[in-house]
Design a protein around this ligand. Structure first.
Ligand SMILES: Nc1ncnc2c1ncn2[C@@H]1O[C@H](COP(=O)(O)OP(=O)(O)O)[C@@H](O)[C@H]1O
Ligand SMILES: Cc1ncc(COP(=O)(O)O)c(N)n1
Length: 267
């Protein structure tokens, strides 16, 4: 059984963060583990409180896993603050961890700042060089590069800038584009377009978490990097197609294994 670790925040309503990651891992048939960086009080309408886990406890969680278990891939999500980022980077280097998917989570769909504003540069300096792939949405790509993105040309420009910061692959997600939900994958020399119809739904809570966890699962299972991203794109599209309402706001994506089997996805 392949083993995948998420290092991320807890979402009490289960649509994003650690909970979405573990559901995605299970649907892919890989064994999921978690290092919790922060606990959020959150539902489909918003984020109401955050408590960061102490850097020492984050280090202890990482050591507990890496001292004992071989980890096939890691996904990093909400990292909150500078001390958390530094602790994670130090441990990943200490244990020479490979296959790292960094989802540079900054602001929730409901508008809450999940990354403190002074921590952006630390994320860029400490986590991007360790990343096999980084998966910013449009706003995160703008924040990382400092350029405004209004066109495909600017997405390509941003991908090139982010690639120079250290990750082997850059996937700029088009969930927040007008029209089709097309993502663009850059490997440092060429671009691959990953198109998808835009599904008409308000239930997109945790889409970025789900996509990055699906990529990590596929990498752990031994798919090539490009193939891992292509399959993950199919997974997130199916997960959004079957998303549903659980409360009054933005509902979650769907992770039920049986559904994917029926959809013919090779999980
Ligand atoms: N309405 C939608 N229809 C189809 N795909 C979508 C939709 N919204 C988001 N996606 C896809 O979900 C994935 C996550 O993207 P996005 O929502 O931009 O990330 P984030 O959650 O980080 O803001 C991407 O592959 C994106 O293209
Ligand atoms: C703990 C946690 N991690 C990540 C997200 C981002 O997900 P979204 O952009 O869908 O709000 C979130 N809302 N909560």
């Amino acid at each position: 059984m392949k083993k995948v670790l998420t290092i991320a925040g807890s979402d009490s309503c289960g649509g994003a963060g650690i909970q979405a990651d573990l559901k995605t891992f299970s649907a892919h048939g890989v064994y999921g583990m978690s290092v919790i960086t922060a606990v959020t009080a959150q539902n489909t309408k918003g984020v109401f409180a955050v408590q960061d886990i102490s850097p020492l406890l984050i280090i202890q969680q990482l050591e507990a896993i890496f001292d004992d278990i071989t980890v096939d891939a890691v996904k990093i999500g909400m990292v909150s603050q500078i001390e958390t980022i530094e602790a994670i980077a130090k441990q990943l280097k200490k244990y020479s961890v490979n296959n790292i998917v960094v989802d540079p989570v900054m602001i929730s769909k409901s508008g809450y700042h999940l990354l403190q504003s002074d921590a952006k540069n630390s994320l860029i300096m400490n986590l991007l060089p360790l990343a096999t792939i980084v998966t910013p949405n449009l706003m995160e790509a703008e924040a990382i590069t400092g350029i405004k993105i209004n066109s495909l040309k600017e997405i390509k420009e941003a991908s090139t800038i982010i690639h120079k910061m250290g990750p082997k692959y850059v996937l700029v997600k088009g969930g927040h584009l007008e029209g089709e939900a097309t993502d663009l994958l850059y490997d440092g020399s060429s671009f691959m377009v990953l198109p998808s119809e835009r599904i008409k739904t308000k239930n997109t809570h945790g889409t970025g978490c789900t996509l990055s966890s699906a990529i990590a699962s596929n990498i752990a299972k031994g798919l090539g990097f490009t193939e891992s991203v292509k399959e993950a794109k199919k997974y997130i599209t199916t997960a959004i197609k079957h998303s549903f309402s659980i409360g009054k706001g933005v509902g979650p994506t769907h992770h039920f294994y049986e559904l994917y089997k029926k959809s013919g996805l090779n999980l």
